[in-house]
Design a binder for this molecule. Structure first.
Ligand code: RP5
Length: 154
């Protein structure tokens, strides 16, 4: 993620990865404040053993695109909800990649962070049958938790 301030959102991705027992490393890598850290991370990610990158950023959110430009790994971008423009700036910054360098872009905020983790899990599950089973279980539990009839809430 681009900043400590993104963690409140990106923790939802981390929690989802935890629930699926997927190892990850949560790092702050700013595309404009820590440029060398970004270059070193993105260029070395594959050799470090990473398989998928989830990049969350807000505002002029160039982190996912810059990361994708420097690694062949799949990159999923999460637009963090900004204060000024409610994350629409983040979304448009991430989703409108010119042809040639893809960033799989998720929804703004918490839903996007959770879905980025689930999408990463689906990619990893292609070559990991145990994880595929855990992902199936996760979905079954989600379905089982949905009541068939609504209740009045105070
Ligand atoms: C981006 O700027 C970060 O991804 C964050 O969403 C936004 C604001 O960062 P802070 O000023 O809160 O550190 O780089």
């Amino acid at each position: 993620m681009g900043s400590q301030s993104d963690w409140e959102t990106m923790k939802n991705a981390a929690d989802t990865l935890d629930a699926l027992d997927i190892a990850y490393d949560a790092r702050i890598v700013s595309a404009h404040r820590t440029v060398d850290r970004l270059i070193n991370f993105a260029r070395g990610a594959r050799d470090e053993g990473f398989k998928v990158i989830i990049a969350g950023a807000g505002g002029a959110a160039h982190l996912p695109g810059m990361t994708a430009a420097m690694t062949p790994l799949p990159v999923f971008g999460v637009p963090v909800q900004s204060k000024a423009l409610s994350g629409q700036d983040s979304l448009l910054s991430i989703v409108q990649m010119p042809a040639g360098i893809p960033v799989g872009t998720l929804a703004i905020g918490r839903a996007g962070a959770i879905n980025a983790a689930l999408l990463a899990a689906a990619v990893l599950a292609l070559s990991d049958p145990d994880l595929a089973d855990r992902l199936d279980d996760w979905r079954e539990q989600q379905s089982a938790a949905v009541a068939e009839h609504p209740v009045d809430q105070a």
